[in-house]
Design a protein around this ligand. Structure first.
Ligand code: HGY
Ligand code: MN
Ligand code: MN
Length: 422
């Protein structure tokens, strides 16, 4: 056990070595992997772009003489070993994968902030009692393989690996095949088992909302994450000639889809303004003069109150069935994640580090989903938010300012060093 004052002093030495320019440069360098012409990033899970970003993280890690290893779902771990190598580590984690039209900071900031903490510790020539590991969780975003957060769920044991590996993307490629390709390209990075003891976990992330910027607050201490329900719905009607099939004989899959979407959205509005999004809609055969024979669409519902979430979970399938008309439907629930609260002790610990550093912070609830929700079932877990411009995220226009990224990383470094000192 390191004396609290000694740990606080050393924490100060680590914080002094956090460098704004290095954080910013590494984020821009990562953004090159999957770069879009409009400045955004398309780095979907287990693609070549994702593999290249992973390889860059490994190069940075080896440059700092840090250990690197992976696991059966291709989570990437970068480890700074503590004096007591057998003690469960402190994890700092987020994700490298992005939405198809994503930004440079969602996920990447958390991984780069973690690397910056290890870099600052290396520069200080100090060694923590407990090991610290930066992790990039596989497939947080669900943009290629749905549902998301596969890496953190497999690691925590909240979802069985064989079920995850069997999932396929739109072109029929399985997670198992994609993971095998990534691991084969890893050039011998050692593997470790899933679900190992972890002392605590912190996920740094951009807020993906406007509250910190509106409050001119550089750091948010996250209190919890709102609940979510996600579905995939297939609607089966009948193709036909747009000019000859009378209304009374039509089984128009798109018209039924529109009725279902409007009915479920109205239900969500009645239920405490729950947020409803259909972000993905496929129409078959998608021909201008053919009555749509089939559609396939997504439903994403967000709600903080678990009682309301449970009511919606019962009502949504009923509402879909009631508005399907003459079409058949197949409804698949792919996510039921309750609203969670983070550990009080971790929240106080993070706020304490911000106070000691004189960095203003405020409590904030997360409207977006994060891997930390799953770690929260395994160990004391918390999150640190930094502002992003106008709260924009899941968009090429996502941006953040270097001062806030540095402030968040300093609070992270101070808090993690103290956690690793006992
Ligand atoms: O959808 C979410 O909440 C997360 O940003 N993937
Ligand atoms: Mn994210
Ligand atoms: Mn995201």
């Amino acid at each position: 056990m390191m004396e609290a004052t000694q740990a606080a002093q050393m924490a100060g030495q680590i914080v002094e070595r956090v460098r704004r320019d290095r954080i910013w440069e590494r984020l821009q360098e990562l953004a090159q992997f999957g770069a879009l012409s409009d400045g955004g990033v398309n780095r979907q899970a287990l693609t070549t772009a994702d593999m290249n970003a992973r390889a860059q993280m490994v190069r940075w890690a080896h440059g700092l003489n840090l250990q690197v290893f992976t696991d059966a779902i291709a989570n990437l771990f970068i480890r700074l070993e503590g004096e007591h190598a057998d003690w469960p580590p402190i994890l700092i984690g987020s994700h490298l994968d992005t939405q198809p039209n994503g930004g440079r900071f969602d996920g990447a900031y958390g991984v780069i902030a973690g690397l910056e903490v290890l870099n600052a510790i290396r520069d200080s020539e100090q060694r923590p009692l407990r090991s610290i590991e930066v992790v990039a969780w596989t497939n947080e975003e669900a943009s290629r393989f749905a549902p998301g957060m596969m890496g953190s769920q497999a690691f925590t044991g909240r979802w069985a690996l064989p079920e995850i590996l069997a999932i396929r993307d739109a072109s029929g490629v399985s997670v198992e095949h994609a993971v095998a390709q990534v691991l084969a390209a890893d050039m011998g990075i050692p593997h470790r088992p899933l679900k190992r003891p972890v002392a605590a976990c912190i996920e740094p992330h951009i807020e993906q909302g406007p509250l910190l910027e509106e409050a001119a607050m550089p750091v948010g201490i996250v209190t919890g994450i709102q609940g979510t329900l996600r579905y995939r719905v297939r609607v089966i009607g009948a193709a036909g000639h747009a000019g000859t099939v009378p209304r009374t004989a039509r089984r128009d899959a798109l018209m039924a889809t529109i009725a279902m979407i409007q009915a479920v959205d109205a239900l969500c509005e009645r239920e405490q303004d729950s947020l409803y999004t259909t972000g993905m809609l496929e129409i078959m055969p998608n021909a201008p003069s053919v009555i749509p024979a089939e559609t396939y669409f997504s439903i994403d519902v967000r709600q903080r109150d678990n009682t309301v979430l449970d009511r919606l979970r019962r009502a949504i399938p009923e509402t879909l069935a009631a508005h399907a008309g003459r079409c058949a439907i197949d409804v698949r629930e792919i996510v039921h994640a309750e609203s969670i609260e983070f550990s009080e002790s971790i929240r106080e610990h993070l706020a304490g580090s911000a106070d000691v550093l004189g960095i203003p912070s405020m409590p904030i609830f997360s409207s977006a989903g994060h891997d930390a929700r799953h770690l929260n079932y395994l160990c004391p877990t918390g999150m640190l938010f930094v502002p992003c411009r106008a709260g924009i995220s899941h968009s090429p226009d996502e941006s953040a300012n270097p001062e806030d990224l540095e402030a968040g990383t300093k609070v992270l470094a101070h808090a993690v060093w103290r956690l690793a000192s006992h």
